[in-house]
Write a protein that binds this ligand. Sequence first.
Ligand code: SAH
Length: 242
Amino acid sequence: MLDRVRIVLINTSHPGNIGSAARAMKTMGLSQLYLVSPLDYPNPKAQEMSSGAVDILENAIQVDSLDEAIADCSLVLGTSARSRAIPWPMLTPKDMAKKIKAEQEQADVAILFGREQSGLTNEELQRCHWHIQIPANPDYSSLNLAAAVQVLAYELRVASLDQTNDMEEWDYRLATADEMEKFFNHLQEVLIEIDFLKLNAPRKLMTRLRRLYFRARPDIMEMNILRGMLRAVQEAKLLKKE
Ligand code: SAH
């Protein structure tokens, strides 16, 4: 279970935090670290703070975009110290660990961590199935980045040590982040073509539809059906024009 979880740090400013996050991961048995455009890396401060966890840093995958970091993941979770513009399904760290334990084995799970100064953007949070909030002091709720990694990694470790098997059975694998994005782009294209979505008055329509489809967690067969329906709408629209 722990091998399937990747920790994704987005635009981290302080290299020391990257090292501390690597250490936090290794103590709990996590190994997959993704760095999305870190601001000051590589930097010896990262090695210093990682203590004996340099192997995690050496194997870390550095990418330029969030898309590259999560494309093949079927579950994407975003961490946030505060609630955002439109409410999103939330999980406590403990329930997150249970959910990850029950996930299908075929694909990886990504947990996103934001910038020290400003956290994750709304756009990044809207790439996620669930948001995770560590129930901290409401008057001072923002943990250090590596401390937040430590809390979630600890819950994952505890869940992994529990012997009960609650893996969910399903006939098809779930859609990946990349397949979900292609679907959302196709959906938006069709909604514009049929004049349902007007870009100058979007009423957060795409955000609400993202939340809906993430909640449904379509598998690959359902995703093919949805894409087929969209193509049929486009063809019917063309026929009408002729
Ligand atoms: N000032 C930022 C907080 C950034 S803390 C803000 O207001 O959003 C850096 C990162 O640590 C966050 O993006 C998140 O990934 C994680 N983090 C910090 N505190 C957290 C909490 N209480 N719950 C979940 N994640 C937290």
